[in-house]
Design a protein around this ligand. Structure first.
Ligand SMILES: *[C@@H]1O[C@H](CO)[C@@H](O)[C@H](O)[C@H]1NC(C)=O
Ligand SMILES: *[C@@H]1O[C@H](CO)[C@@H](O)[C@H](O)[C@H]1NC(C)=O
Length: 463
């Protein structure tokens, strides 16, 4: 058994790195099949940027002269290789004004080999090595936007995958344009007052469990259901999603999975009846935090969390969530939740951050203050437009550095290459949600995707 599943996973990784080395381009064709079942409907778009209508700038073709000194024709072009994400409307090209100057954003793939095209922008979820613009041109940067977990394309959480890119915008604080707080609109969202405890006590008397679970995507790398199932042996959990379901949401509208990730007021009112929410991310990655974490806090419930190992760094204070991994067993965790459930004073300490001055984490406050994009904020750019400008500014600076070098090659060195790092998509190898790999039967779904990928990521399929 020892060489079984673990061996398969390691073999998959080995093949992947060989593969990246075996061609000059990225690893090809890893996507045959299996992708659809990895889409996660319930992890959908609560705070996705609204429509690009009303985004900055005026529509012009790249060749059209821009009013003023410069010609748009001389401006660097940023080409969105993932056309679905082009954050402008209407048209295929748009002039954007950024801090350092202007660029042309386009989704017209005919510009790929144009000398003015300085950066290609990719969206991680639909990045397909087979569709990559090869051969790669030396003067072009590749920029990756991938706010989601590796579940949507885990090629990118392997070194050879992420190092294909020069610049990244991911959930990681180490990425060039970090989106770690993409699901947190602001401190006001956290400070919203909690419902009175008596109300929740009343729901408990009517037979509600202390803990809520609401999840409809069950087979995920974090293997969360395996843990929750175990926990359920020691404490009541009301589970409304398709995973481990034991209760029904009260109306058909609420049962609709399209409602489940939204800020629907009726749904929020229902969820806030619970004192504790199980909040387990679909994958375990440093700084990957979603609405599963922030929404319970908004509602004044205590998240019982497993997800980003570095989540403490982002919490409003150091006593605001319960970390599953602090407990040696599901049983011990259940005992602790039961203790808090029966001790209002101890429970309320977890909501102290809602009091004036209660958010004491300066790193969180600074991160919110300094990010330049907003979450559903009409006064700030969304992060797609923010990312575009970040790349535009980077490329303008790189052009300046190249010009400076060309003017005095003796004094000014060639600009150093900038290459993305594994820390930009920092997701350790998945482990079972409960127990060890050796304890998982070989036909368990937890192991399937890895076995599948080990087949598709081979050089043989590519050549
Ligand atoms: C965390 O809380 C303890 C008290 O429980 C306090 O002494 C400590 O300073 C706090 N640390 C931070 C970083 O806020
Ligand atoms: C971009 O990254 C590649 C490696 O993926 C590297 O070879 C190249 O020099 C980098 N380009 C720039 C402009 O930094």
């Amino acid at each position: 058994m020892a060489a079984g599943p673990t061996g398969v996973v390691l073999a998959a990784l080995g093949v992947l790195s060989v593969c990246a080395a075996c061609s000059s381009g990225p690893v090809a064709e890893g996507e045959a099949g299996g992708e659809a079942e990895w889409a996660e409907p319930w992890d959908g778009a609560v705070f996705r940027p609204p429509s690009a209508l009303g985004s900055v700038g005026v529509v012009r073709d790249p060749g059209t002269p821009r009013p003023g000194r410069e010609e748009a024709g001389d401006l660097p072009v940023l080409l969105w290789w993932s056309p679905g994400l082009f954050p402008h409307f209407p048209g295929d090209s748009e002039l954007i004004e950024c801090a350092r100057g202007a660029c042309v954003a386009s989704r017209d793939r005919r510009l790929q080999r144009d000398s003015r095209t300085r950066a290609l922008l990719f969206y991680g979820t639909d990045f397909r090595a087979s569709d990559a613009p090869l051969p790669r041109l030396a003067h072009q940067s590749w920029a990756l936007l991938h706010e989601e977990s590796p579940l949507n394309n885990f090629l990118l959480s392997h070194g050879p995958g992420i190092r294909l890119f020069n610049l990244t915008s991911t959930f990681s604080r180490h990425s060039d344009y970090p989106l770690s707080l993409q699901w947190l609109p602001g401190t006001g969202y956290l400070r919203r007052p909690a419902p009175p405890l008596q109300e929740r006590a009343e729901w408990r008397r009517r037979g509600y469990a202390p803990l809520l679970y609401l999840q409809s995507h069950c087979d995920v790398p974090a293997d969360r259901d395996r843990y929750v199932r175990e926990l359920m042996r020691y404490i009541p959990v009301d589970s409304y999603g398709k995973c481990l379901q034991n209760r029904e949401l009260p109306t058909a509208r609420l049962q609709d999975t399209a409602t489940a990730t939204t800020e629907d007021p009726e749904l929020l009112a229902f969820l806030s009846r619970y004192k504790f929410h199980l909040a387990l991310e679909n994958a375990i990655c440093n700084d990957y935090m979603t609405e599963k974490l922030w929404r319970p806090m908004h509602l004044g419930a205590v998240p019982v969390y497993r997800g980003s190992p570095s989540v403490r760094d982002w919490m409003p204070n150091n006593h605001s969530i319960i970390l599953i991994d602090d407990f040696e067993s599901p049983q011990k965790l259940a005992e602790f939740i039961d203790f808090l459930d029966k001790n209002d004073e101890e429970y309320m300490k977890y909501l102290a951050y809602k009091q004036p001055g209660g958010i004491t984490n300066q790193f969180l406050l600074d991160s919110l203050k300094h990010r330049e994009w907003g979450v559903n904020d009409p006064l700030l750019p969304n992060y797609l437009n923010g990312f575009e400008c970040f790349i535009c500014d980077h490329e303008l600076a790189r052009l300046d550095a190249e010009k400076a070098h060309a003017a005095s090659p003796g004094d000014i060195p060639v600009p150093k290459p900038h290459i993305a790092q594994p820390s930009h998509m920092d997701c350790p190898m998945p482990t079972p949600g409960f127990g060890s790999v050796e304890e998982i039967p070989e036909n368990d779904r937890f192991l399937w995707p890895y076995i599948e990928k080990s087949r598709t990521y081979s050089c043989a399929t590519v050549q």
